[in-house]
Design a protein around this ligand. Structure first.
Ligand SMILES: COCCCC[C@@](O)(c1ccccc1-c1ccccc1)[C@@H]1CCCN(C(=O)[C@H]2C[C@@H](N)[C@@H](O)C2)C1
Length: 338
């Protein structure tokens, strides 16, 4: 019988509130990798032993060596995935992946070329997509679908807790098969996923203070565990930043740390609920040598139609609202994180 009653927790590391990742193993004997569990994509890739020595980003991370795994199965099909920023190229392999103690025979990509930007800044090795199968490149069955087909989970859901300060331990937790009451209070409010096969919902508006300023006619919100920030259409975010008196510099929007406590809340209307983020939730306060730097964790990002225009609610939103991704009922649940 299953000691974890059909749920499988994986502790996550929180790097500076901007990168959250957890450990999986691939192969026999186990080769360990840190991966981002990303609801915005649906493929698994890790750096390959055969990556080119010129790919710095590959060389500075853990690499999978198929020749050292007795359960490795050759595939060799070419693979390439394009992110909003950064490209990963390689080839497919198959092996036993263990996530939260659950083994699953999985087709994944061995990355032989990783764009230096942004992967040289990655504290993790690879990405494990938690998206729906129809988002998966090459029609590869995603890891979570492989686990669901084993019928060992109490519920066909997974939940994500992201801590809000890097010193907190654990930095977060992914639970396969259920939720972890240690990390939320109150009840869940659910929103149906808008388009079958994507972790996105209809949003009914974005308010600053008590004024609905954006998405007034309704828009799409992607709930994305693989995004550090909240992104919105560039024009909307620019107007929002002007309203709160933030300036854009080369590394994002900044505000004067003295003014942070006077900043208005930003509220996202999802389902029948209003999800408020206060300045504590959306300002990243970093104490540097030359003084404190206060970064607004919003970014402008114009996603072209038909996908866009969209808002992407990332780690800073999830850190405030514990999130359950429900594949059984095609819905997303939010509860107040502790
Ligand atoms: C919460 O932890 C998030 C992990 C960090 C994500 C990220 O901040 C990052 C930082 C440093 C190095 C690499 C990557 C990174 C890059 C690509 C994939 C995964 C991680 C990404 C930076 C670029 C924009 N962005 C996405 O498009 C992301 C959006 C998401 N859906 C992915 O598909 C790509 C987030």
């Amino acid at each position: 019988d299953d000691p974890t009653n059909g749920t499988a927790p994986t502790p996550l590391t929180n790097y500076l509130d901007t990168q959250y990742f957890g450990e999986i193993s691939i192969g026999s004997p186990a080769q360990m990798f840190n991966v981002v569990f990303d609801t915005g994509s649906a493929n698994l890739w890790v750096p390959s032993q055969s990556c080119s020595p010129f790919s710095t980003a590959c060389f500075t991370h853990n690499r999978y060596d198929g020749s050292r795994s007795r359960t490795h199965i050759d595939n060799g099909t070419g693979f390439s995935i394009q992110y909003a920023s950064g490209t990963v190229r390689g080839f497919l392999s198959e092996d036993v992946v263990v996530i939260g103690g659950i083994p699953v025979v999985q087709v994944f990509a061995e990355a032989t070329a990783l764009s230096a930007m942004p992967f040289i800044f990655a504290k993790f090795d690879g990405v494990l997509g938690m998206g729906y199968p129809n988002v998966a490149i090459d029609g590869i069955t995603p890891v979570f679908d492989g686990i669901m087909s084993q019928h060992i989970l109490k519920e066909e859901v997974f939940s994500v807790y992201y801590s809000r300060d890097p010193q907190h331990s654990p930095g977060g937790e992914l639970v396969l098969g259920g939720t972890d009451p240690d990390y939320y209070t109150g009840t869940f409010n659910y929103v149906a996923t808008e388009e079958m096969g994507k972790w996105e919902v209809t949003m009914k508006g974005v308010s600053v203070g008590d004024r609905i300023m954006f998405c007034v006619e309704g828009c799409t919100a992607v709930i994305d565990t693989g995004s550090s920030y909240i992104t919105g259409p560039a024009s909307s975010v620019s107007e929002l930043m002007t309203t709160i008196g933030a300036q854009l510099d080369e590394s994002g929007y900044k505000v004067n740390c003295e003014l942070v406590k006077t900043l208005p809340s930003v509220t996202f209307h999802l389902g029948g609920q209003e999800y408020e983020l206060s300045h504590e939730d959306y300002i990243l306060w970093q104490t540097e040598l030359e003084g404190d730097v206060c970064t607004v964790t919003f970014r402008g990002l114009d996603v072209p139609p038909p996908t866009g225009p969209i808002w992407i609610l990332g780690a800073n939103f999830i850190a405030r609202y514990y999130t359950e991704f429900d594949r059984e009922n095609n819905r997303i649940g939010f509860a107040t994180a502790v």
